[in-house]
Design a protein around this ligand. Structure first.
Ligand code: ZN
Length: 491
């Protein structure tokens, strides 16, 4: 049924048949957030993209070890070797410990990811917890001759690496000669031999808060170093998939490849996958453009750009309705269309529970199931899979209206197909569950309390106590008042 999975590899720029290095195990590393502010769409897209990859590979029977890091040190303001550490700066402005900033925004990131129904990775390592591994890898690169020490910092020698391997720019398509001519004039950095060399260890100025001792003096690791060190630690020198947003192709991932080749002699990952960017009304997202919308603002509608609030599942649907390698443009109209699309799937899911069954089947859901697998096997083509699910939803409606028929056995098959794709693989969840359950819950509890009241009246204290104990065990607190029993959910 499932067929062969094809994955677009950013390194070869081709779709390749996916073959795990060590099946059924799959190692996947995805660059996570730098936690100095609230998560926005630029965080939601890679999280949801690789959540789909994680879910689908798991569904196919792979045992996926999914590592997604948290960057809590070393990411400087301009994404290169200059400027203040993003977290250090926020800590200074807020007069907090850097780790207070990290904890606060990590918690908020996790909360948003739960709202989006993004599964937790298997391991979520932090850069600051892996300083020793990073120092060890810097030493290996120095030993291999592809780095040099300068004034307490260690720089990667891009020119020497490229001379020997001809690999620099292989992933991003950057040409070293162009970089040379573009950067030579701008630099006043006498620490570096070449302006395009990048720090793998940075000397910490006296005012720098986050610092660790190293063979080269007190300092902190370069941003690219953490992902190389942590992916090697948890997934080995060569693992299956490395993912992230397209903005990370250069310099981050290009540098990761260079570091791994220099330290371990090989590319770290077999397949490189990159999700495309998000624009808002056709414009790039950016703080200076005033269209920088956090996920929390989407969920409560508090940004000027938004006509109203949009639920986490609407955002998830919108992101999955585009292929991960296409750009996505957010607008109110597009979000409202996504909301309708999501509701269509949810309505069909509900209808499935009460469809009439017949002695014969007049629908062909099996071909839709097959096509849905073919879509996801084609480089995780979620928009095409969703289109087939819409066809299935139409089928479900037709059965409900009596225009089509289905046997009990086929209905079981249709239910399994539809709910597996909608819930397990695409990761949608009903957003009405809670409100519906709340109503149901209060009605059930009220009935039980009436029975208990009745029992007490009849001096059947045994039954009355049993009801109270059962409710207490379920986390319901009962308070007897003159007006009768009151209840609340234990917080
Ligand atoms: Zn990374």
């Amino acid at each position: 049924m499932e067929g062969t999975l094809f994955v677009h590899n950013s390194l070869s720029r081709k779709k390749e048949a996916f073959q795990a290095i060590n099946p059924p195990h799959v190692g996947m590393y995805v660059c996570g957030p730098t936690v100095y502010g609230d998560a926005h769409l630029g965080h939601a897209r890679p999280a949801i993209t690789f959540d789909l990859v994680f879910r689908y590979l798991s569904h196919l029977g792979y045992k996926v070890r999914y590592v997604r890091n948290i960057t809590d040190v070393g990411h400087l303001e301009n994404d290169a070797d200059e400027g203040e550490d993003k977290i250090g700066k926020k800590a200074r402005l807020e007069k907090l410990e850097p780790m207070e900033i990290v904890q606060y925004f990590s918690d908020r990131y996790h909360f948003n990811m739960d709202q989006l129904n993004v599964k937790k990775p298997s391991i979520e390592p932090r850069a600051s917890g892996h300083i020793i591994e990073q120092i060890e890898m810097v030493k290996k690169i120095l030993d291999s001759g592809y780095a040099y020490e300068s004034k307490g910092s260690v720089y990667f020698d891009v020119e020497k690496y490229h001379q020997d391997t001809k690999k620099y720019g292989e992933l991003s398509g950057r040409v070293l000669d162009d970089l040379k001519s573009n950067t030579r004039e701008l630099e006043g950095q006498d620490e570096k031999q070449n302006a395009f060399d990048f720090a793998i260890w940075k000397n910490a100025a006296p005012e720098h808060i986050m610092r660790w001792p190293s063979p080269w003096g007190d300092g902190f690791p370069g941003w690219h170093m953490e992902c190389s060190a942590m992916s090697t630690k948890y997934l080995g020198e060569k693992f299956d998939i490395h993912g992230g947003g397209m903005d990370l192709l250069f310099p981050h991932h290009e540098s990761e490849i260079a570091q791994s080749r220099a330290a371990n002699g090989d590319d770290p990952a077999k397949y490189w996958m990159h999700n495309n960017m998000i624009t808002i009304n056709g414009q790039k997202m950016g703080k200076s453009l005033g269209n920088f919308i956090t996920l929390n603002q989407f969920f409560d509608g508090s940004h000027d750009f938004l006509e109203r609030a949009y639920s986490p599942m609407t955002i998830r649907f919108f992101i999955l309705q585009a292929h991960y390698r296409s750009t996505v443009d957010f607008s109110n109209e597009a979000l409202q269309a996504a909301e309708k699309g999501f509701k269509r799937l949810m309505n069909a899911l509900q209808l499935l529970e009460k469809l009439p069954v017949s002695k014969e089947t007049t629908v062909d859901f099996k071909s839709l199931e097959k096509k849905s697998y073919e879509a996801l096997n084609d480089d995780f083509n979620s928009p095409v899979a969703i289109a087939h699910l819409f066809d299935a939803a139409r089928m479900i409606n037709a059965i409900n209206d009596g225009k089509e028929k289905i046997t009990q056995e086929d209905l079981n098959g249709l239910k399994k197909y539809f709910s597996t794709f909608v819930m397990d693989i695409l990761g949608f969840k009903s957003e009405e569950d809670n409100s519906g359950n709340d109503e149901l819950l209060s009605s059930v509890i009220s009935h039980l309390l009436e029975v208990r009241q009745e029992a007490k009246k009849n001096k059947d204290f045994n039954t009355a106590d049993k009801i109270r104990d059962a409710l207490t065990a379920s986390g319901i607190v009962i308070k007897d008042t003159k007006e009768g029993a009151e209840w609340s959910v234990k917080s």
